[in-house]
Design a binder for this molecule. Structure first.
Ligand SMILES: Nc1ncnc2c1ncn2[C@@H]1O[C@H](COP(=O)(O)OP(=O)(O)O)[C@@H](O)[C@H]1O
Ligand SMILES: [Mg+2]
Length: 355
């Protein structure tokens, strides 16, 4: 036996298929979210008998399966019927009524969008979906700069379910009362996964992504534990992948605790690096927002000043804009609500997608 027997050959890999480790991969099953999926299915159910559906407001912290639960359910609807069209838009990527309307047209197969304005496009969408019924999901709705499109859809689409998803429950606080009552939202909170659930999800993905038996179980539990502590499944997927890479770099046939520790270090370094990029005063502001997420800009300024900090409101605003541009916070402009025009500031956990 030579020492090379223990080593991975240069053409060998520990990964069977790394697609299941992608954040956007939709697994066959979404365990531990059956109850939530059933609640959403209940809201949609009237559409199957040609009645109007109910609307749902989904909230919960990042990385706990909100998006994947919806996408999984939409896939089931597609397999089940042609009478209900599921339409999913991420409002981070498409953040205005116009971009959202274009996206909906694309998904509905309507190609002549050129030179048309938002209202024209929405009319076209309404015409198409009114031939049957539709489920609209607007994910990360807090990132939408305007939500005029919701007014139009609620008024003019006969049979629909509108699903709004956000990490920030407080987004609703400043929603126009009229719209709120028209939407008549059902609330659905996604709770964080407990340790066993976190472990179960990761173990499942691991079995798709890695060759059998390459994971040392102690190493895997370390990854599951970190993911549970951070309460974000994306971090778990990230650690699994990076630990696999670290083991391969050493030509190790096994993924060991030391490889997971390297992966965790990489994850932590990223998180620290991101916040040490900030100047002290920016960090002060961010710390305040972290514990006061979802408040109005004026309120935050008051808190900032009463914490003994100095600076004009204008300077404060400028710093917030910078934090917003770098996506440490999200700034949502509201208008016409009970508070008139203001900006809601929410703490934006850096998305692991951006790693
Ligand atoms: N119950 C689950 N089963 C399988 N994968 C899950 C589950 N919950 C979350 N994930 C995975 O974790 C990652 C983050 O989930 P996601 O739905 O994007 O979170 P959210 O939308 O709540 O921020 C995704 O890659 C997703 O596939
Ligand atoms: Mg999501």
């Amino acid at each position: 036996m030579s020492i090379f027997d223990d080593m991975l050959k240069s053409d060998q890999t520990l990964f069977r298929d790394d697609v299941p480790l992608d954040y956007s991969f939709i697994p066959k099953l979404v365990p531990y979210r059956e109850k939530e999926q059933r609640a959403i299915a209940t809201a949609i159910k009237p559409l199957f008998s040609k009645r109007n559906g109910k609307n749902v407001f989904i909230h919960g912290t990042p990385g706990i399966g909100k998006t994947v639960a919806i996408k999984h359910l939409f896939r089931e609807i597609e397999e089940e019927t042609d009478d209900i069209t599921p339409l999913y838009v991420n409002c981070w990527q498409k953040n205005t009524s116009f971009k959202i309307a274009i996206e909906l047209c694309n998904q509905l197969g309507y190609k002549f969008t050129h030179n048309k304005n938002t209202d024209d496009l929405l009319d076209i969408i309404i015409n198409i979906v009114n031939k049957s019924s539709a489920v609209f999901c607007f994910d990360e709705i807090d990132k939408a700069e305007d939500i005029n499109f919701i007014y139009t859809l609620i008024e003019k689409v006969y049979r629909k379910t509108i699903i709004l998803i956000t990490n920030y429950k407080s987004w609703l606080t400043d929603l126009d009362e009229r719209l709120k009552s028209r939407l008549n939202l059902e609330f659905l909170e996604f709770a964080k996964y407990n340790y066993d659930e976190t472990r179960g999800i990761l173990l499942n993905r691991l079995s798709y992504a890695f060759v059998p038996d390459c994971w040392n179980m102690e190493a895997f539990d370390l990854a599951a534990k970190k993911s549970y502590e951070l309460a974000d499944m994306r971090s778990g997927l990230y650690i699994l992948r990076e630990a696999g890479n670290a083991a391969e770099d050493e030509s190790s046939k096994k993924i060991l605790p030391k490889h997971v520790n390297l992966a965790i270090k990489k994850l932590d370094e990223f998180r620290i690096k991101k916040s040490t990029d900030l100047k002290d005063d920016e960090q002060d502001i961010l710390d305040i927002i972290k514990v006061n997420s979802g408040k109005r800009i004026g309120e935050l300024y008051d808190i900032y000043i009463s914490a003994g900090k100095i600076g004009s409101y204008k300077t404060f605003q400028r710093k917030l804009d910078k934090l917003g541009k770098n996506r440490f916070v999200t700034l949502t402009k509201t208008s016409g609500g009970k508070d008139g025009n203001t900006t809601i500031v929410s703490y934006a956990q850096k998305k692991l997608d951006e790693y």
